[in-house]
Design a protein around this ligand. Structure first.
Ligand SMILES: CC(=O)N[C@H]1[C@@H](OP(=O)(O)OP(=O)(O)OC[C@H]2O[C@@H](n3ccc(=O)[nH]c3=O)[C@H](O)[C@@H]2O)O[C@H](CO)[C@@H](O)[C@@H]1O[C@H](C)C(=O)N[C@@H](C)C(=O)N[C@H](CCC(=O)O)C(=O)O
Ligand SMILES: Nc1ncnc2c1ncn2[C@@H]1O[C@H](COP(=O)(O)OP(=O)(O)OP(=O)(O)O)[C@@H](O)[C@H]1O
Length: 479
């Protein structure tokens, strides 16, 4: 694309070279000849510090938000580099969002599961779907690993440009919203699953976190649908905020105005009321929280036009998401669950499910990601100690925190049991548990990477398969 043409919306500078740019990048290490480099102030580093490196590597123009002069190539100063990045990326890829039907899912928990459920229902009915989320990215039937829950603006626009699918189902994280990754995108559907204490290191307090999530609904089309889970108090608050908006507001809850009500949840089977009909919702996966996710998926698919009985049929065959309440059995009968819970409410759902399934004793193994919201840790410990019979703390992704400091923190939080080596902690719990006991491991799910390079980056699923000798003979020490 011609650089002058690309920059016309943000700069009237006549000295912009008349060149075809090769690509846009925000990382000086990836700059090639004739690239446009956009300097972003990051969480830990500042892209403006890498401008000279970018120019040396061949950047023909720089966009940034700091006052910088005397560069050998044109420098365009904008008020917000991240927003400029989103606008330029959209322009560069031909404004791909405008013709797409986009379903945005936000909330603390349940985004991935709900996204998978919607994809499964729509595909069963013959639609094609792209999906951008924390587990992986699926476009035109091909699967790629995901870097972030919500792709950065450049990748998002690129993904949209290459997708030929009828629907785009995307998880929208609060970081993604705050960092302008979805700037310029408009949604046909906006889903809010719930809100629980998380990411307050980034958002300050629950109100700030909530308002960031709520911003996604500013980008909902007037003829679109907001689908909100009012069983969560934050959902109710969001619903009342959205009352006067032009789009349709559809709620899941237990009040008269709610379109779908969950009357009874039993393992694998729930009774729901939908538009006056009494229906039974059957799921092959466990976890009472999954009934809420299924109800959100139901409401979405229903508005898209999938018949009710067809939706219920698809939900019955939904096999779950890797590392989300995934169940394994030891030869002695012990049930082992790998889950991705990161909040107190998610812990409560998991541990309660084990008890309602008849677990005699529940062993709970988990840790905390280093350098991330430490204010939620006490709540998580409290709920684990209340609902589990044995709480075993271990290392999660240290994310740069020295192991000695994390060990000290774990010992302070749980005077009982701390086994720092995650594999050993999991092995200990599984080998101690008896026939009717459950071992619940929360934190890494099937996440096969680590932000830290000091510990092996195995997922909990891999570790459990190794401990149970299910095909994995040797645990890889990927870092
Ligand atoms: C803390 C954070 O948000 N980091 C994100 C950020 O990293 P970054 O490397 O750009 O930031 P940085 O290191 O401060 O660098 C600043 C700038 O300098 C540039 N730079 C840096 C070094 C260099 O040599 N040259 C150079 O130009 C960088 O390219 C960048 O533009 O931008 C990257 C590209 O978009 C993201 O992948 C990365 O997400 C990391 C992996 C992360 O953990 N993010 C979390 C906070 C996150 O976004 N999570 C949510 C989900 C949360 C949830 O719901 O559980 C998500 O949507 O994924
Ligand atoms: N509706 C729900 N309410 C409460 N907890 C839930 C709900 N759905 C899932 N969970 C819990 O949250 C964990 C993560 O689920 P899921 O991956 O679907 O959520 P997410 O919003 O995508 O989370 P993340 O952004 O951390 O990947 C699950 O393993 C489960 O413990």
């Amino acid at each position: 694309m011609n650089l002058k043409e690309l920059l016309k919306s943000i700069s009237k500078q006549i000295s912009i070279p008349d060149v075809m740019i090769h690509k846009i990048t925000t990382n000086s290490q990836f700059v090639d000849k004739n690239d446009l480099f956009i300097a972003i102030k990051g969480y830990s580093l500042n892209g403006h510090d890498f401008i000279n490196q970018a120019i040396e590597a061949g950047a023909v123009c720089i966009v940034g938000e700091e006052d910088i002069r005397g560069l050998p190539v044109p420098y365009i100063r904008v008020s917000n580099s991240r927003l400029a990045l989103a606008e330029l990326a959209s322009e560069f890829y031909g404004n791909p969002a405008k013709d797409k039907k986009i379903i945005g899912i936000t909330g603390t928990n349940g985004k991935t599961t709900t996204a998978y459920m919607i994809k499964h229902i729509l595909e069963d009915f013959g639609h094609t779907c792209s999906m951008f989320g924390s587990v992986n990215t699926v476009i035109n039937g091909d699967t790629y690993p995901s870097l972030n829950t919500t792709p950065d603006a450049l990748n998002l626009q690129k993904h949209l440009a290459i997708s030929n699918d009828e629907f785009i189902i995307m998880e929208v994280s609060s970081h993604g919203i705050a960092q302008g990754r979805i700037h310029g995108i408009t949604f046909d559907f906006g889903l809010f699953t719930n809100l629980d204490h998380d990411h307050l290191d980034y958002h300050g307090d629950m109100e700030g976190y909530f308002l960031t999530k709520a911003k996604m609904f500013e980008a909902l089309k007037n003829d679109g649908y907001a689908i909100i889970n009012n069983y969560n108090a934050w959902g109710e608050k969001l619903s009342s905020m959205l009352q006067s908006r032009a789009f349709s507001l559809i709620t899941l809850g237990n009040k008269e105005n709610d379109e779908l009500t969950i009357n009874k949840i039993t393992p694998g089977f729930s009774e729901i009321s939908y538009k006056g009909w009494s229906l039974s919702l059957q799921l092959a996966i466990l976890g009472q929280h999954n009934t809420y996710n299924a109800a959100m998926a139901f409401l979405t698919a229903s508005r898209i036009g999938v018949p009710t009985q067809q939706i219920l049929k698809s939900l019955r065959t939904f096999s779950g998401v890797p590392g989300r309440f995934e169940i394994f059995r030891r030869s002695n009968g012990t049930t082992v669950v790998v889950d991705y819970a990161h909040t107190a409410e998610a812990f409560s759902n998991c541990l309660t499910t084990a008890k309602t399934q008849g677990a005699e004793k529940v062993f709970h193994v988990f840790g905390f990601r280093g350098d991330r919201d430490s204010s939620k840790r006490n709540k998580m410990i409290t709920i684990s100690k209340k609902l589990a019979d044995e709480t075993i703390l271990t290392f999660d992704d240290l994310n740069g925190v020295p192991s000695a400091a994390m060990l000290q923190e774990l010992k302070k939080l749980n005077e009982g049991q701390v086994i720092s080596d995650r594999t050993l902690a999991i092995k200990h719990a599984i080998e101690t548990a008896e026939e009717n006991d459950w071992v619940i491991i929360t934190g890494k799910g099937d996440e096969r990477y680590s932000l830290d390079f000091t510990l092996p980056a195995n997922s909990d699923k891999e570790t459990v398969e190794y401990v149970l000798q299910k095909g994995v003979k040797k645990l890889k020490t990927r870092r």
